[in-house]
Ligand binder design. Structure first.
Ligand code: PGA
Length: 249
């Protein structure tokens, strides 16, 4: 049985003060999240504040990126060892903004995934097609290549690896994939994951909001959501968490 996983990707939002405020407001909701997993990924500099505020709760903390070495002459990069030292549990790898804006390639992501697993972090690997690729009906081919190139030769541990399917045209646009289309893609991705496919969580990302979360999360192969915009407001994020809790009952 795959537990639903709800992740909040804050991107470059919320400094320390706002992070503390968010945590206090979310925790005030006294959400029952015993049957799902929840994490938020603040910017690096806000991580210690998030760890402190969420200590003792079931909300865990992730990072939005990391480097593929433990230390060395890599100006501006962050080591997974430093993340572990802070108490970080999750790391998002290969978000489409990292691929598109910072030129990250599948071969780089593969090194990051290997190092994250070596460092005992849990990894959420993002894949997804552009609008053009979907129009050309190449979405499955694109996603298959991303998966193969980034996961090639890596042992798939369902406890440590989750996949986020995030079609680029749905990220931050308010356009969501139709739940049935997303379900079809998730089923196809599961098929590509081989014998561990049934156990690996495949979560959906791209304009997930309280009004569409239930329909998406009810799909058999959608095991949670990676949420950008709607994770920034604690009340809205709480609504989605509540929906996930209900759906997984
Ligand atoms: P969004 O972002 O929910 O704002 O569309 C999702 C993501 O980028 O992970």
């Amino acid at each position: 049985m795959r537990r639903l996983l709800i992740g909040g990707n804050w991107k470059m939002h919320k400094g320390i003060r706002e992070t503390r405020e968010f945590a206090k407001r979310l925790l005030k909701k006294e959400l029952n999240i015993s049957n799902i997993d929840v994490f938020v990924t603040p910017p690096f500099t806000s991580i210690p504040a998030a760890i402190e505020e969420f200590a003792g709760s079931r909300v865990t903390i992730g990072a939005q990126n990391m480097f593929w070495e433990e230390d060395g002459a890599y100006t501006g990069e962050i080591s997974p060892v430093f993340l572990k030292e802070l108490g970080v549990e999750w790391v998002i790898i290969g978000h489409s903004e990292r691929r598109r804006i910072f030129g990250e390639m599948d071969k780089d992501l593969r090194k990051k995934i290997k190092m994250a697993l070596h460092s005992r972090l849990k990894v959420v690997i993002c894949i997804g097609e552009t609008e053009e690729e979907r129009e050309e009906k190449r979405e499955k081919e694109v996603v298959e290549k991303q998966l193969k190139d980034s996961l090639f030769g890596i042992e798939l541990d369902p406890e440590r690896i989750s996949i986020a399917y995030e079609p680029l045209w749905a990220i931050g646009t308010g356009k969501t994939a139709e739940p049935t289309d997303a379900e079809e893609m998730h089923r196809a991705i599961r098929g590509l994951l081989g014998e561990k496919g049934e156990e690996i969580r495949i979560i959906y990302g791209g304009s997930v909001k309280p009004h569409n979360a239930e329909e998406l999360l009810k799909q058999d192969n959608i095991d949670g959501a990676l949420i950008g915009g709607s994770s920034l407001d604690p009340e809205v994020f709480a609504e989605i968490i509540e929906i996930a809790g209900r759906v997984s009952c």
